[in-house]
Design a protein around this ligand. Structure first.
Ligand SMILES: [Zn+2]
Length: 342
């Protein structure tokens, strides 16, 4: 199974964000990708750097003005603020009416929903190459690979069409899913990261060609909040093609797997011809952002269920933070998936 990753993805190095009223150590650290990369090499996976496919596949799912804002935003922030502090917005429009400001501080608030995506000198390169890894992985599957894995970091599934959110700049899974529509008429995107795939839901809500299912605790009580409720089932051509499956907080591995089976059945009823998985390891019982109780065996079981769909598959890395079992969870899922498709 091919793996794609570019070392420039390590360049986004945020120190803090604000949570519960305090500056907290930022959890989305380069170390996450290094741990997964080292695990993959020790398990005999070959890792290739993606080619440069440009901004076009990114702009296919994001507001082009948002994509164009990011490359020099940090440099403009430093020039205006007179400091090399993290570029974090402190003002937000609240509604999407009005106009994008010209001032960099206003623009940060226009294009970012929260404090979790601070810009650092390497942020643009990291987000850009994370997206390229997703595109390259989709290309591998379009070229006939049964499955391939994008070691995306920064992650993507919270990024919405018009804005960053929840550690995410570009929605790598949606970029990959859209890329696959050049060959496949019906794609399923299944999100097993513990958090709501709110960005994917936003981007795909009215699309009839991409089925989307996310497993997560009720967003009424669990970050990143706001989107991912059970009654959000799509609009227009997307009606009935979006499925939010709510987990009890503290749910067991068996309960999570039963819910995943429901999502898989719905994707099969939809008639999916190819699969994208938003693959988070933060369903782990010991993840720093833990909400449910999945252990390495559970991740291996998830992999076997998803591989058992028998579809060309793009695996896209999402969350999974610096807990003690990150490498074990990644190893369990990815080696089980590789074994299941042999
Ligand atoms: Zn997550």
């Amino acid at each position: 199974m091919k793996v794609f990753f570019d070392p420039r993805q390590l360049g986004h190095a945020p120190e803090v964000y604000f949570r519960r009223g305090m500056a907290m150590p930022h959890q989305e650290q380069p170390k996450r990708a290094e741990i997964l990369r080292d695990m993959l090499l020790s398990e005999g996976f070959e890792i290739d750097a993606p080619q440069d496919h440009g901004v076009r596949p990114i702009k296919a799912v994001h507001n082009p003005d948002y994509v164009d804002f990011l490359p020099d935003a940090y440099a403009r922030f430093v020039e205006s603020a007179g400091t090399e502090a993290l570029a974090i917005p402190t003002m937000h429009p609240g509604v999407r009416r009005g106009k994008e400001p010209r001032d960099i501080h206003g623009q940060l608030g226009w294009w970012m929903t929260d404090t979790s995506t601070p810009l650092t000198p390497g942020s643009w390169d990291a987000a850009y190459w994370s997206a390229q890894a997703a595109v390259e992985t989709a290309e591998a599957v379009l070229s006939g690979a049964r499955a391939a894995y994008a070691l995306c970091r920064p992650p993507g599934h919270h990024a919405m069409r018009d804005c960053s959110n929840g550690f995410c700049f570009f929605n790598n899974a949606c970029i990959a899913a859209h890329h696959l529509t050049s060959k496949y008429k019906k794609i399923a995107l299944i999100d097993v990261d513990v958090h709501t795939g709110n960005g994917s839901l936003d981007i795909l809500y009215a699309r009839g060609d991409i089925f989307f299912c996310s497993l997560h605790p009720d967003p009424a009580n669990y970050p990143t909040f706001f989107l991912g409720h059970a009654d959000e089932t799509g609009e227009g051509p997307g009606v009935g093609k979006k499925l939010n499956l709510l987990l009890e907080q503290g749910a067991s591995h068996a309960a999570v797997l039963a819910m995943l089976q429901r999502g898989i059945a719905a994707a099969q009823d939809f008639g999916a011809q190819a699969l994208v998985v938003s693959l988070g390891f933060d369903m782990a019982a010991d993840d720093p952002l833990a909400a449910v109780n999945v252990y390495p065996d559970g991740f291996a079981a998830m992999a076997r269920k998803l591989a058992g769909m028998g579809l060309p598959t793009v695996l896209v890395q999402e969350g999974g933070y610096l807990g003690p079992s990150l490498a074990d969870n990644g190893r369990a899922f990815l080696t089980a998936f590789r074994e299941a498709i042999r």
